[in-house]
Design a protein around this ligand. Sequence first.
Ligand code: 3PG
Length: 227
Amino acid sequence: MPEDTVREVLEAISASRLLPVVVIDNIKAAIPLATALKNGGLRCVEITLRTGAAEVALRTMAEDHDLMVGAGTVLDCHQVDLALNAGARYIITPGFNPEVVRHCQASSVPVFPGVATATDIQAAMNAGLDAVKFFPAEPLGGIAMLEALAAPFSMMKFIPTGGISAANVAGYLHHPAVFAVGGSWMVARHLLEAGDFAAITELTAEAMRLADGGRDIDQEGWPYGIT
Ligand code: 3PG
């Protein structure tokens, strides 16, 4: 992946500050889901490789050039290759696996591995990363835990994910160490199963309003010097 494309990915995530986490069971939902997210104002989405439909859904949505589609729940190098082959522009993993991170770096694709401890963060730093997923954010202690972990690692930025909703997203986004927030509330599996794309658009639009409310002007353009 050329460097300017990597920059494009990071710019899109920096701008949106929200990453909807999708668990998709039906490939027929892929196109209406893409439309629903765009109608709600979002341009980024993470498709988790947890279902039989995920690879085809990822491939279908990645063909939409108005969306920046990444793969989530990527657990090994084979899945990195599968995701890249399907058109994923970035990789998200639940934990820190150095082999997977190296493989992503060798493929020049942005990777955001999950961290839950200071040890994980140091491992990510040693791998040359400056942005990670903080997972699972709420069960780990939420903003208080993030604050405590961020303090000694001022160079590291986070995508908190796990247990976040409209009720607490703005608080996370106000934290200067937060790069973007991930969550499934606006693309809940039951809404996808029910084909309720109007609700997905409504929840996405609400989330985007809340995200903008949590935007700190000083953070704009972070973390890659994008302005
Ligand atoms: C996940 O990997 O499932 C994400 O962390 C989403 O978590 P959430 O469903 O609590 O938003």
